[in-house]
Ligand binder design. Structure first.
Ligand code: NAD
Ligand code: G6P
Ligand code: MN
Length: 445
């Protein structure tokens, strides 16, 4: 069996240790000869890297390990780039979430103005990774889950159309794990799903077991009452709220089951009212996941051993191995990916980046035809995909005007006036990250 060389870009991510442990757990089906971490923040990465080195020494000393901030060293001789960078890190996420709140609009990592701001930062960072990959390992594939995936995917479509990049999100997987629990199944893989939408903006239309039995009625019954809440739920408070709120999201279209992120578009007033402008999700993550992961890594380094560590395999990240295996071994696995529509949704923009089931093999994904979608979803998706396209257009043309249009078009922003006020604050906050925008004479009375 061929052994693979992998670089994790965004090595300093809070998700890196869980993914490394997951890769080690899956070595029998996805053998690795070399594992590298790459980040542009040496200090942040070093804590994670030192701990990962000890983990590898204990579990798979035969794997060559290296952590670097040098692109040539990182991207030379790799088969897969697993990319999860956060341009601007949590400090900028906090501003993405808090600036809109000052203007009466909720703040969120990937939705609304916060997602737009993050998109304007991410595009350059992800394109840079693609260019490094193509320069130093032209045969490699990038599995990208850096957010905001919808905007990043549109940027790769526009600016690197021939690159071997697959954009993927774990939210449907997280929700499907919950569905499997609700149904009493051992694994989400016992379900065959039909799903369509944009990233963080989609619907399940059909869910069946392996014998073809319809599982939707039982799921709908649960979601109608409890959203995606499951017994023994250990999600953080803000996520618990999101999983419960799915029941009100579901109420809009009882024919389908919704992605949780639709709460931000259907109930922006609710989200705003339940936000604390002093303490947003970024604060919850910094006080929770970041402290925990870096603290555990520090303990491993001090003890030079993983004994007693609370770090655990990120089981739900195993979709990354499924995707890499699909490419490496032509497994023809069916997976939800973010791909150019090209007619799969027949009454929707063929150039839109949509999230739909694909069959993945060595030559990449093949779309599964969805057919026509209903007016409600089509209308929502046309508005949202236009926002995403305008953000990328603004980034490419350095246009203030296009970005103002994007914010104004977002269902989450009440008026062009509010859009402009948020935009002007975001420009100031992002001056080290966004391209400089040309400002035509913009007058708002
Ligand atoms: P994090 O801040 O802990 O980690 C991100 C790392 O990226 C940091 O170490 C940072 O220094 C590094 N980085 C930033 N810009 C870089 C650049 N230009 N080149 C190289 N490295 C760079 O963030 P996190 O919370 O662990 O999340 C990481 C990313 O994964 C985020 O984009 C997050 O949104 C994404 N994510 C996506 C999904 C999905 O469903 N697609 C799921 C989980 C996380
Ligand atoms: C889900 C989404 C990701 C998102 C993450 C946010 O997994 O699919 O796209 O980045 O949630 O989680 P956080 O814990 O950082 O708020
Ligand atoms: Mn996601």
């Amino acid at each position: 069996m061929k052994k693979f060389s992998i670089v994790i870009a965004g090595g300093g991510s809070t998700f890196t240790p869980g993914i490394v442990l997951m890769l080690l757990e899956n070595l029998n089906q996805f053998p690795i000869r070399k594992l590298k971490l790459y980040d542009n923040d040496a200090a942040r990465q070093s804590t994670i890297a030192e701990a990962c080195k000890i983990i590898l020494n204990e579990k798979a000393p035969e794997i060559e390990f290296l952590a670097t901030t040098d692109p040539e060293e990182a991207f030379t001789d790799v088969d897969f780039v697993m990319a999860h960078i956060r341009v601007g890190k949590y400090a900028m996420r906090e501003l993405d979430e808090k600036i809109p709140l000052k203007h009466g609009v909720f703040g969120q990592e990937t939705c609304g103005p916060g997602g737009i701001a993050y998109g304007m930062r991410s595009i350059g960072g992800v394109l840079e990774l693609i260019d490094y990959m193509e320069k130093y390992s032209p045969d490699a594939w990038m599995l990208n889950y850096s957010n905001p995936a919808a905007i990043v995917a549109e940027a790769t479509r526009r600016l690197r159309p021939d690159s071997k990049v697959l954009n993927i999100c774990d939210m449907p997987i997280g929700i499907e794990n919950r569905m499997a629990q609700i149904l009493g199944l051992k694994s989400r893989k016992e379900m065959k799903v039909r799903y369509y939408g944009l990233n963080h903006f989609g619907w399940w239309t059909d869910i069946r077991d392996q014998n073809g039995n319809d599982l939707m009625p039982k799921l709908k019954e649960h979601v109608r009452k409890h959203g995606y809440t499951v017994p023994k739920d250990d999600a953080d408070a803000s996520w618990s709220d999101t999983f419960l709120k799915a029941r009100d999201v579901y109420a809009l279209d009882p024919d389908t089951l919704p992605n949780t992120y639709l709460k931000y578009y259907f109930y922006p007033d609710y989200v705003y009212e339940h936000s604390n402008p002093e303490y947003t999700r970024a604060n919850e993550v910094m006080d929770g996941r970041e402290k925990f992961v870096f603290g555990e890594c520090q303990k491993i380094i001090e003890n030079q051993s993983t004994e007693g560590t609370k770090l655990h395999v990120d089981e739900h990240a195993s979709y990354i191995v499924d995707l890499a295996r699909a490419i490496a071994y032509n497994t023809q696995e069916r997976m939800l990916l973010i791909v150019e529509n090209q007619g799969a949704i027949s009454n929707f923009d063929p150039t839109a980046m949509v999230e739909i089931p694909c069959i993945v093999g060595s030559n990449g994904p093949e779309r599964i035809a969805i057919g026509e979608i209903p007016q409600f979803q089509k209308g929502l998706m046309e508005q949202q995909v236009s926002v995403e396209k305008l953000v990328v257009e603004a980034w490419i043309t350095r246009s203030y005007q296009k970005l103002w249009q994007a914010l104004t078009l977002s269902k989450t922003v009440p008026s062009a006036k509010v859009a402009k006020a948020i935009l002007d604050d975001l420009i100031e906050a992002n001056k080290d990250y966004w391209p400089k925008l040309h400002k035509e004479d913009v007058v708002v009375r």
